[in-house]
Design a protein around this ligand. Sequence first.
Ligand SMILES: CCCCCCCCCCCCCCCCCCCCCCCCCCCC(=O)SCCNC(=O)CCNC(=O)[C@H](O)C(C)(C)COP(=O)(O)OP(=O)(O)OC[C@H]1O[C@@H](n2cnc3c(N)ncnc32)[C@H](O)[C@@H]1OP(=O)(O)O
Ligand code: NDP
Length: 418
Amino acid sequence: MQELLSCTNVVFHCAATVRFNDSLRHAVQLNVTATQKLLLMASQMPKLEAFIHISTAFSNCNLQHIDEVIYPCPVEPKKIIDSMEWLDDAIVEEITPKLIRDWPNTYTYTKALGEMVVHQESGNLNIAIVRPSIVGATWQEPFPGWVDNVNGPSGLIIATGKGFLRALRGAPMAVADLIPVDTVVNLTLAVGWYTAVHRPKSTLIYHCTSSNFNPCHWGKMGFQILATCEKIPFERAFRRPYADFTTNTITTQYQNAVSHWAPAIIYDLYLRLTGRKPRMTKLMNRLLRTVSVLEYFVNRSWEWSTNNTEMLMSELSPEDQRVFNFDVRQLNWLEYIENYVLGVKKYLLKEDMAGVPEAKQHLRRLRNIHYLFNTALFLIAWRLLIARSQMARNVWLFIVSLCYKCISYFRASSSLKA
Ligand SMILES: CCCCCCCCCCCCCCCCCCCCCCCCCCCC(=O)SCCNC(=O)CCNC(=O)[C@H](O)C(C)(C)COP(=O)(O)OP(=O)(O)OC[C@H]1O[C@@H](n2cnc3c(N)ncnc32)[C@H](O)[C@@H]1OP(=O)(O)O
Ligand SMILES: NC(=O)C1=CN([C@@H]2O[C@H](COP(=O)(O)OP(=O)(O)OC[C@H]3O[C@@H](n4cnc5c(N)ncnc54)[C@H](OP(=O)(O)O)[C@@H]3O)[C@@H](O)[C@H]2O)C=CC1
């Protein structure tokens, strides 16, 4: 502690819980109380030049247009921190929806409280806040497509590529505000420099977002994920990668029943029959739970103003602009998403490119099973229909006699030619 207090020049405060379903108590402890404690610690650092707090562009996702300002919270963070000390878990759980109001989860709510704490307790510290949007794989550094966790889209890319996720409630034309992690790092370092050297009079907030500079939509992103998974498939897929966005509750429930639950139940039945432990329904349950907490962000678009980020870009020398590049106008989304999917394959699934031919072969087998299954299903349904309906029998007789006539006609005409 003594060494940290006496030697630290710059604090980059990234630690947080990013789980959307964390209990309010735990989220407050990590994202609010810890911020307060770190600010206190920072105030005892004589050599400190700058304190950079990492928040999220979604800390005010209850608003549609978000400026580079701190918005007041309905309940003072100090009151929330105090109440967490004496309320028991059951009561905290009960009042959580009332406290978080129109925030979608405890994560975004406590990140907003964290910003408020930074604003109120900054004292004489030289502070800035960086708000990244949805952090994705690297764009350039150390190499394209590097990723090390399943947060944000990465987990759903796996689920799509392996054929588990077939439908997602989302708006294809909504803006997918993704930002590569190396861009976030570059901007954060540049903010550290600017805050320490220029010492702005007030706390500056920097939106580390892409939509203002180079917008991409979920439809385009989903399309490119599927195209890449087709070209370079993941190994041992459950089904062929295919997915679509659904737009209302009925189609979502239909897709969940037909495309998610039914195959999982059938597969588990097959595992049971072959003496193995069923696991697919459990996995599907977990996937659909994850989808349900993420889909809020795939159904809406936000606008973030980026004046401070643009100002920072113009303050950097041409050489620094190159080294600490955070200008996403140069980003080619299709190339980036392809590299992202390949990064997921390589760094998260630990799959080798040497396995691609076998993965393609596996997809072909799955396609044949799919055709076979659909044909069998159609024949069974048709047989049942014929057994029960006179009209279906008539249609069937008509088709058979038509086929018979066609065959006779072609036979007759070919024997005439001969
Ligand atoms: C025009 C028409 C064109 C049509 C074209 C065709 C369209 C095709 C469509 C194709 C669709 C393709 C898919 C597109 C991808 C869309 C992705 C959208 C994602 C949007 C994300 C937005 C996030 C924005 C947030 C704001 C940014 C931030 O500030 S925060 C950082 C983000 N935080 C997170 O992502 C955390 C999320 N995780 C959680 O909250 C929790 O983990 C959980 C609620 C998901 C689960 O919690 P639980 O307590 O149940 O369990 P836990 O122990 O935590 O985990 C259990 C297992 O689940 C795994 N896990 C965790 N997170 C994810 C995840 N994101 N995806 C998948 N799996 C996940 C975790 O590793 C655990 O696994 P095991 O260890 O194996 O048990
Ligand atoms: N991922 C995203 O899409 C976005 C993330 N952010 C923000 O970026 C920051 C980093 O997030 P991200 O990298 O995604 O999340 P991770 O969960 O990967 O990283 C969180 C970090 O916090 C540390 N941490 C968690 N709890 C504690 C604790 N009690 N004490 C000390 N350290 C702790 C973890 O340490 P350890 O590894 O040791 O557990 C880890 O290094 C967060 O502030 C998040 O809000 C903002 C916008 C988007």
